[in-house]
Write a protein that binds this ligand. Structure first.
Ligand code: CTP
Length: 408
């Protein structure tokens, strides 16, 4: 694949050199474009040597081309047409602001406007700059535009503070870029809302009830969907998995928080996949003080949590809704019952309580039931593979439902 790498003017510019290597290692051809500020941090010669190509320094007025650099008033149009992916690393606060507002005052910002292919942004900056309302607003404009993000990591920053803002690891950025080499982009234009993981329902300030869900299935779905071109929002309960690159995550703890997050995203979603293992009961009035042990038994009166799947089922309109059914007995009957009572278009059923598949495991084996009456078996296979099969079936079902005059 032909990748154009825009290097912004931040201290992390030196890491872009590692990114060139990581991209080349994956077989991509890289053309580097440096902003004027980037050249204050790293010499174009470094990138020219690594990429084997002249670096575009893009100084329109008073351009000073040397042996290692190229600049021209129309070159950005040629580059925009010739390359498959535009990746910008580090994407500084200044560059994000310019991209969000369509300001084109140098080669890279002009190239951005002329480029029609996928854009991957890897921001890096001081934590306060990252958290500033202006930067956050620019980020949401750019996310809405469908760009992929290699979000900055938490860590020690060159300015001597710690917090969010450190450029994502070059290998992770290269991996995200590599997804565009994938031939299947069949989820472009879809906005998929996925829930994952367990919920935790507090009993007092130090205790909670939860379940054995690891979140692996939901995260695998998010990863596969974003790779196939979807905009993905992941509402996640507490898990110890990294958020897949390019996915927008909303972290929640309880069923009530999960319900609120899902409802706030419903409007913008075209497909909702409810892979989370939501607790069915919770303590509605959690004591502020730790419960003390007494000799007596401890009776617990729990209330039902909001049934998020059922509520989405009522409000989904033309959106596709996919539920999960984790059962120990009567798998298919239970799954069919859930599909009808919760108004789902598809239910992914899996037997839990067996060794090696289901909760916590890397493998899964599922039966996919659809509103059109189909029963499809998948696995045992890696959860990443099962995720691809589920997404294939969602797209197929949508075609079937359209063909038989259903609106989904
Ligand atoms: N679910 C939900 N809200 C809840 C409980 C479950 O949205 N309060 C969703 C899950 O995300 C999953 C589906 O409902 O997609 C089925 O979850 P499961 O625990 O298997 O089913 P329940 O509805 O709890 O049914 P039952 O306890 O009768 O098996």
């Amino acid at each position: 694949m032909r990748v154009v790498l825009g290097v912004g003017g931040g201290i992390a510019a030196y890491k872009a050199a590692e990114l060139v290597r990581a991209l080349e290692k994956r077989g991509h051809q890289v053309q580097v474009v440096m902003t004027a500020a980037a050249q204050q941090f790293v010499q174009p010669l470094t990138f020219a040597a690594l990429s084997g190509q002249k670096v575009i320094t893009g100084l329109f007025a008073g351009a000073t081309s040397s042996e290692d650099t190229l600049s021209s008033a129309v070159e950005h149009i040629g580059v925009a047409q010739d390359y498959d992916v535009l990746v910008v690393a580090p994407a500084t606060a200044d560059l994000l602001a310019k991209f969000a507002n369509g300001i084109a005052d140098d080669f890279l910002t002009t190239l951005y406007l002329a480029f029609t292919g996928p854009v991957v942004l890897a921001p890096a900056m001081n934590s306060n700059m990252w958290n500033h309302a202006a930067t956050q607003r620019n980020l949401s404009v750019l996310r809405e535009r469908g760009h992929s993000f290699a979000d900055p990591e938490d860590g020690w920053l060159a300015c001597g503070t710690t917090g969010p803002g450190r450029l994502a690891e070059p290998d992770r950025i290269a991996e995200l870029v590599g997804r565009f080499a994938q031939t299947k982009h069949d989820l472009e234009g879809e906005h998929i809302l996925i829930t994952a993981g367990p919920t935790q329902e507090p009993l007092d300030p130090v205790r909670y009830i939860t379940n054995r869900s690891s979140g692996k299935m939901g995260y695998a779905l998010a990863n596969a969907a974003v790779a196939r071109g979807a905009l993905v929002t992941l509402v996640s309960g507490p898990v110890s998995l990294p958020v897949p690159l390019g996915v927008t995550a909303i972290h929640v703890r309880t069923a009530v928080e999960m319900r609120d997050a899902v409802m706030s995203c419903l409007e913008d979603s075209s497909i909702i996949i409810k892979a989370a293992a939501v607790a069915d009961y919770y303590l509605s009035a959690v004591p502020h003080r730790k419960m003390k042990k007494t000799a007596a038994r401890l009776p617990l009166e729990l209330d039902p949590t909001p049934d998020i799947l059922a509520e989405v089922g009522q409000k989904k309109g033309g959106r596709m809704l996919i539920g999960f059914a984790a059962e120990t007995d009567h798998l298919i009957d239970e799954a069919r019952r859930k599909m009808v009572t919760k108004n789902c278009d598809m239910v992914v059923a899996n037997l839990v309580g067996q060794e090696g598949t289901g909760f916590e495991a890397d493998l899964n084996e599922v039966t996919i039931l659809t509103r059109a009456g189909e029963t499809i078996h998948a696995g045992p296979a890696e959860k990443s593979e099962i995720a691809e099969r589920i997404l294939d079936q969602i797209l197929r079902l949508r075609l079937t439902l359209r063909a038989i005059g259903e609106t989904a």
